[in-house]
Structures are given as C-alpha cells and as structure tokens.
Ligand binder design. Sequence first.
Ligand code: SAH
Length: 225
Amino acid sequence: MLPPRPGGPGLASGGARARMVDALRRAGVRDARVLEAMGQVPRHAFVDAALASRAYEDVALPIGHGQTISRPSTVARMIELVVQSLPDTARAASRVLEVGTGCGYQAAVLARVFGQVVSVERVRGLHEQARSNLRAMRIANLRLVFGDGHLGVAQAAPFDAIVMAAAGETVPDALLGQMAVGARLIAPVGTTRQALHLVERLDRERWQVAVLDAVRFVPLRTGTS
Ligand code: SAH
C-alpha cells in the first residue's frame, strides 16, 4: 500500500488549491496567467509534512534556516505587478530573476508565467532543499543558482522582470543594471518598516519607482552561508 500523502488526499486533488485561487480572485488578483499558475503549483509539496494541511491558507510558513515562504496573496500580487507590462506574445521569450529561492515555491509559480526563470539563493541548505522539492516536477525552464543575489546573475541578464523575496535597505545597483529597458522589478525595501517598491526601467539611464503596500519580509543578507 502507498503511504498516505502529506496533508491527505484533499491537498493532492487540488480542491484546497482551487479554493485558494477563489480567495485570491476575491482579494483582487486579476491576471489570468498568475491565477492559473497559482492553481497548478502544489504549495503543500514545498513545506514540511507537519504544515502541509495549512499550505493553502493565506499565511507565511516556516521553511527552515529561519526563513519563511511568503503568503500566497503576496506571491500572486508581486508576480502580477511585474507581469502586467508584458504582452502575452512576449511571454515565451521572457526572462525573470528571483532573488531568494527559499523552498522553491515561488520559482515554480514564476516558471508557469515566464519563459525562463533564474532563481538565486544564498543559503546552501535552502538551495539544495529547493532543488530536491522541484526535482519531481521536472520544470525545464527553471535554473537554480547558489550565490549572493546582491550581484544578480550577470550571465543570464538582461531580465524582463525581477522579483525579490527578501528586503534590503535599497534595491542593489547590480539588479537595476540587469533589468532590460521596459522591465519591472518588485522588491520589499526597508528594515523595521518595509514597503513594496515597483521599479520600471524607462531607458538606459532612467528608472522610475512607485512605493506600494506595507509588507514584512525576511532581510536580504550579504554573502553566502
Ligand atoms: N521565494 C521563497 C521565499 C523565501 S524567503 C519561497 O517561495 O520559498 C527569502 C529567501 O531569500 C530566503 O531563503 C533567504 O535565504 C534568501 N536571501 C536573503 N538574502 C539573499 C541574498 N542576498 N541572495 C539570495 N538569497 C537571499
């Protein structure tokens, strides 16, 4: 007999995930590509078995190493904000960089919305955990990189979108430089108080910033560990 799946058959069958997507829609998420992706990625497979039954609640959950997976409504809102300017026709050729792979959940969602995903993580244990969580999903358009996201991933730049999953005091210059003209970057910025900053690169020399919702993210740290 097969061992029971974490969280029971309700989670594996997708009913709980469909209810989560309904809640996202009610909370104002409109982009069909984002809603579809959120409806497909099994969030319960990215958290500890003991937490799997809570995977489709709109809460942040611990993923080890003192880090957390963001709540689904935050993941959906951030991706929606960066994908909005991208026409459907440009989607297959688009590239996104995620800073802070964590358990790999958001990277899997991004891989269903963008053509190519590069995700960088500074904690070796989490980088490996994400690799193992994602292995069975066989996502061909996702590359995981171990390193300090302050530097971006120069070999894969320029990016059409950048999503930061950890809060710095400012947006690192290297990341601004790795945005394509017209690209968007979404990042929590601040220390004790944080807000989402939406940056758009207007041309080679100009970037425009809008300060949006108050948020709470883990800090962006320097170097690797
Ligand atoms: N997107 C993740 C959320 C992880 S929490 C998920 O879906 O699970 C934020 C992550 O950012 C943590 O794993 C943390 O280790 C990582 N992080 C913090 N500073 C970083 C840096 N400078 N470079 C890369 N990753 C960083």
